[in-house]
Design a protein around this ligand. Sequence first.
Ligand code: ADP
Length: 499
Amino acid sequence: MLQNRLQPVLDPYALARELSNKLLIEGAFVPAKSGKTFPIVSPATGEKVAEAAEAEAADVEAAVAAAAKAQRGWAKLAARERGKLVAECGRLLNEHVEELGRLVALETGKALRTESRVEASVLADVFIFYGGLGSELKGETVPFRPDMLTMTLREPIGVVGAIIPWNVPMMLMALKIAPALVAGNAVVVKSAEEAPLAVLRACQIMNQVLPAGVLNILSGFGPECGGPLVAHPKVGKVTFTGSVETGKIVYKTAAEKLIPVTLELGGKSPMIVMGDADLEKAVAGAIVGMRFTRQGQSCTAASRIFVHESIHDAFVDKLKAKVDAMKMGDPLDETTDIGTIISKQQFEKVQSYIKIGEETPGAKALRCSAMPKDKKLEKGLFVQPVIFTGISNDSRVAREEIFGPVTCVIKFKDYEDAIRQANDSEYGLAATIWTKDLKTALDAAHRLEAGFVQVNQNLVVQANLSYGGVKSSGLGKEASLEAMLEHFTTKKTVIVNMA
Ligand code: ADP
C-alpha cells in the first residue's frame, strides 16, 4: 500500500514528468530492470512529455511473482471485503477525474471536454459498480441425490494478465481489472505503448487502498512485454483488447498453455436508418455512434451507415453540417470537440485509407470541420473527418477497420438488402437500427449479427450491460455481472456424502 494520500495534480505536463520511468510492481514504483525507456509524445504538439519505463520479460517475471504472492491473501478476504476495497478505489478515482482526464487528453490527443474527462468518470464508475458485486459470486446447490449435498463454488483463477489498447485506456482497463479483483484474482496490466501514463496514475491511486501486489502495471512494447505476460506459466487468464492480428497471437499463445482468454477485437459496426426514422435523432446518433469526438478511434464506431434512399441525401447534408460545426483543436482546450489521432503510424494508416476511398470509383469524399489554425498545433496529428458517399459495402473502406474519423454512408432501397449488407462483414461487435416501426426494429434486433444491438439510440458501453462481439470481433464478454462470473472465476463442483 502506498503511503500518504495522493492529491490531484492538475498540470498534466508536471504529472507526466512525475510518472516517467516507472512501473508499478508490488505497490512500489520501480524502473525497468534494463533501465530502458521510450518517449511519450503529445500527438497534438509533437513534443515529448514523458519517458515511459520499457518493461521486458524480467519485469514481467517480477510483476507476476508479486501478483501470485499477493493473490493468495487477497482470495482469502471475504468477497464483500474485496468489493469494499474495489469500491473505495472507485471513490478515490472520482477525486482524480479532472487530473486523469487532463493526463489522458495530453497523451492520447482526445479532447478533454467531449472525451477524456468523460472517460475518467466512467473509470471511477466501473469500480463502484463492481465493488457492489462481491456477494454475487454465488455458486448453486444441485439436486443430485438426496444423500449427497451437491454444490458449486465460484473460485478465482489466480493471476490475470490484462493487455489494453490506447483508445480508451482507462475505461478498458477498468472493465478488466475491477471484476478480476472482486472475484479474488490479482492482476498484471500491460498498458499500450502510446498511452501508459493515465493508467499508471490510476493504478497508483488504487494502490493506496489495495494490498501490495494485487494490482501491478507495466509499460512496454507488445512482443517484448505483452508476449512474455501471456506466455508466463503463472498467468492463468488473459484478457485482451486490441487488433484482430494481435488477438490471434495472444489466443495461440494462450492455447499452448490451455488457459482461457477474453478477446475484444475490431469492428465495422453497421447503423441502418430506415425511411421512417426520426432524421434528427438518427443524425445525432451517427455523431455519437461514429465517435467523431474521438476521431473515430473506437471498435464500435458506426463506420457503415446504411440509409434508405428516400432520406439519404437529407441525412448526408445534416450529418455533414453537424460535423462541420464541431471544433478541431487543442485537446486540453475546453472549447475543442475533436482532438487528434493517437500516433504518426495511425495517422498515416488513416490517410492511406482516405486515399483508397477517394480512388474508389463513384466515391465522393466529404471532408468536414476545419483544421486548427493555432501555430503550436502545426505538428499535431489532426485529420478532418471524412464522410464517404457513393461507395458500396464491398469497397475496402467499408470492409476494413480504419480506426479513424472516416465513415461510409451507403444508400439502400430494400430492408432485406440492408440487413444482408449489414451482416456482410468479417466483424460483429455492435449495430443499430433506426425506425419508428416496432416490427422492423425487433426483426433487425434478432437478425443483426452483433453482440451489442441498439434501437433508435447509440449509447456507449455501460458497466452493467454485457458487451462483446461475435465473428472476428472477439470472444467472451466484458462489463456486467455475467462477465465477472464467466470470465474471472472457475466453477468447482463439490459433493458431500451425507450418508
Ligand atoms: P494497435 O494496432 O491498435 O496498437 P495492438 O493489438 O497492436 O493494437 O495493441 C493492443 C495491445 O496489445 C497493446 O498493449 C500492445 O502493446 C499489445 N500487443 C501488441 N503485440 C503484442 C503481442 N505480440 N503480444 C501481446 N501483446 C501485444
